[in-house]
Write a protein that binds this ligand. Structure first.
Ligand SMILES: Cc1cc2nc3c(=O)[nH]c(=O)nc-3n(C[C@H](O)[C@H](O)[C@H](O)COP(=O)(O)O)c2cc1C
Length: 338
């Protein structure tokens, strides 16, 4: 299986919902929701992508050569690379009936496991979205991170118990999900106070990750609630039109809470170079969404593992070209004019 075949298969298996564009930048699918696109004008998705492209890297080959190490430690586990598959669910609604949420989650979670990273699983309007993800995590021996919608606090705590039972190393909640058109109709979904977040975080021994933080103030509130980490995310531009790009807000968030909690980021990350740029701006790790879905639809877990390896190889090559031997060498000095 080569990558061109994977893309061709994905085009077929996604039934035209995702066009598998050469550049996955939100242009062709703007407003396609249900579907893989960004909300409204699609500007939040497109800006995530565009602002990453605008960052440029300083090249430097004058250094003492030694082996490159791309490994990182998060949630008490060691990973080959600092990037992970983002949670994607309700796949029949957004893509096509080639997979249900269990088949999709299994392809992602197992492919990630085979290539030394980890996959997140999602949640949705129907309870099966979550339980099918949990079942994939369980069958991978706990190698996956369930992501729960912001239901009522007691319901979130209940769902966290099933993540614990599945053996997950961490659990997440996408607090921004109230902006999804299908979820907005549900009155049980919505914002959480610092006290709510503290109750949720204290209900579990697992590291709790809050996904969908876009301001330094939001990050400080998450820190005050005792949360392990955040994902700087606008849900791939699917919850609110006209947000800044995630890489635009990342530096302020790092300034506010960096070193005191883990900071992950997603939105428009498409290459190992993009992963490198996010780390240079201070992220501890990165999630990649739609391209992992394309890999899963194009060739199941084997393609997911191949995709991970290709992004990892680009990251390693970027480190060689910039004199960064380990991830801790990647800081803002590698970015031009920053
Ligand atoms: C079809 C689709 C379904 C998604 N489902 C979920 C979900 O269930 N939970 C969640 O936290 N995020 C969900 N997301 C958002 C992703 O986790 C991630 O934040 C986003 O896709 C990152 O941007 P990228 O796709 O540009 O890399 C979904 C995204 C897409 C495209």
């Amino acid at each position: 299986m080569n990558y061109d075949q994977i893309l061709e298969n994905a085009r077929q298996n996604m039934g035209g919902r995702c066009l598998v564009c050469k550049d996955c930048n939100g242009l062709a699918c703007r407003g396609k929701l249900p579907g893989p696109g960004g909300k409204g004008s699609g500007s939040s998705f497109m800006r995530n992508y565009q602002k990453l492209q605008e960052l440029k890297i300083n090249m430097d080959l004058v250094y003492h050569k030694s082996p490159i190490n791309t490994q990182t430690e998060l949630f008490g586990k060691t990973f080959e690379y600092p990037f992970f598959a983002a949670p994607i669910s309700a796949v029949k609604l957004h893509y096509f009936d080639y997979y249900d949420d269990e088949g999709y989650s299994k392809a992602v979670v197992n492919g990630c496991k085979a290539s030394g990273v980890i996959g997140f699983t999602g949640d949705g309007e129907h309870k099966e979205c979550y339980t099918m993800g949990i079942s994939a995590v369980k069958s991978a021996g706990g190698w996956g991170i369930p992501t729960i919608k912001p239901w009522a606090v007691e319901d979130v705590i209940q769902k966290i118990k099933t993540a614990e039972e599945a053996g997950a190393p961490a659990v997440a909640m996408d607090i921004d999900a109230a902006g999804l058109p299908v979820m907005a109709k549900d009155k049980n979904i919505g914002a959480k106070s610092v006290e709510d977040l503290r109750r949720i975080a204290e209900s579990t021994r697992l590291p709790f990750i809050l996904k969908g933080v876009m301001t330094a103030e939001g990050a400080e509130k998450a820190l005050a609630a005792g949360i392990y980490g955040i994902v700087v995310s606008n849900h791939g531009g699917r919850v609110l039109d006209h947000t800044p790009a995630t890489v635009e807000v990342l530096p302020d968030i790092v300034k506010a809470v960096g070193g005191r909690m883990k900071i992950l980021i997603d939105g428009g990350i498409r290459s190992g170079i993009d992963v490198f740029k996010a780390l240079a701006l201070g992220a501890d790790g990165v999630l990649i969404g739609r391209p992992y879905a394309i890999a899963a639809y194009g060739g199941g877990e084997e393609a997911v593992a191949m995709y991970t390896e290709s992004i990892g190889a680009e990251l390693r090559q970027t480190m060689i070209m910039t004199g960064c031997q380990s991830l801790s060498d990647i800081d803002s000095s590698v970015l031009w004019n920053k």
